[in-house]
Design a protein around this ligand. Structure first.
Ligand code: CP
Length: 309
């Protein structure tokens, strides 16, 4: 594969390979010297048209842990602010020697467009409401680490499914690995195509929470609500907010997840986010290992082969 754009066209075997590679990468991160020479001489560019803390910094760190040269570009402070197109920006990076371009963009399909038009590898770090494959992979990795085999697990995704690339990518990946995925949220925040996505759909969160192994709580994406949030924030918190009472009801073995950034006190109470059942901080840690795995699989194998010859 030249590029990694989403889990929609990844096989279960490919997903398993990435997860297994991430185990080896996580082992590197536990060492005293957390750096290997695997991508020495390679250049990774982080091209972020949307804000990011976790994804951008973990791609940065992942590339550095593998000894690649890494640079980050965002809208402000670059010629993107002067109106330079996505393609011209990426081609500029490419002629300066980029081997991998990591892109986050508000337009669905932006990563695919780049992949079709530059020869460097393209890694999708989130394109509009379409896909966020590295987030889903780190979520799946975190579930596996806590509960073992994904097959047969009941995973519930709660909240703003309509605007969520995280939800779509989790659904694609988890379905391929044999989990039973459910979604819960107000009808106004469910996408029209939800019935065709291979998930159980609930409007009643309390019903959806019966027999769950994992509850993945999504951020309400205020910036993507075209005509304001309906129901209101107060109503949403009451009807769909994950609180202490709901946590007690799902049992001690169920795992709580959130991709971040969190709206504490809206979709998730602090008592839930910081509870012993929460793996939210592990998700962030695992993000570095997953991104190291993908950078290695896209750009490191070639280095291995060169070294062998
Ligand atoms: N989960 C996630 O993508 O977070 P950032 O927007 O901070 O990268």
């Amino acid at each position: 594969r030249k590029d990694f754009l989403g889990l929609y066209d990844a096989s279960a075997e490919e997903i398993r390979e990435i997860l297994e590679t991430a185990v080896a990468m996580k082992d590197i991160l536990t060492r005293t010297v957390k750096k290997v020479p695997t991508l020495r001489g390679k250049t990774v560019i982080n091209l972020f048209y949307e804000p990011s803390t976790r994804t951008k910094f973990s791609f940065n760190l992942a590339a550095k842990r593998l000894s690649a040269d890494v640079m980050s570009i965002s809208k402000s402070g670059s010629s993107i602010a002067k109106g330079e197109s996505l393609l011209d920006t990426a081609k500029t990076m490419e002629v300066m020697g980029a081997d991998v371009v990591v892109i986050r963009h508000s337009a669905p399909g932006a990563a695919q467009f780049l992949a079709e038009n530059i020869s460097a590898s393209v890694l999708n770090a989130g394109d509009g409401a379409h896909a966020h494959p590295t987030q889903a992979l780190l979520d799946i990795y975190s579930i596996k680490e806590k509960l073992g085999d994904i097959e047969g697990l009941n995973v519930l995704i709660v909240g703003d499914i309509a605007h969520s690339r995280v939800a779509r990518s989790n659904i694609w990946g988890l379905n391929k690995l044999g989990a039973q995925v459910s979604v819960a949220g107000p009808q106004t925040l469910l996408p029209r195509e939800i019935e065709k996505m291979g998930v159980k759909v609930y409007n009643d969160l309390d019903k959806a929470l019966e027999n769950v192994d994992v509850v993945n709580i999504l951020r309400i994406q205020m910036e993507r609500q075209e005509s304001g949030l309906f129901p209101s924030i107060r109503e949403y918190r009451e009807i769909y907010g994950m609180n202490k009472e709901r946590l007690q009801r799902i049992g001690k073995k169920a795992v709580i997840m959130h991709p971040g950034p969190m709206n504490r006190g809206i979709e998730i109470e602090s008592s839930v986010a910081d509870s012993s059942q929460s793996v939210i901080t592990e998700q962030v840690k695992n993000g570095v290992a997953i991104r190291m795995a993908l950078l290695y699989l896209l750009a490191g194998r070639e280095v291995d082969n060169e070294n062998l010859n």
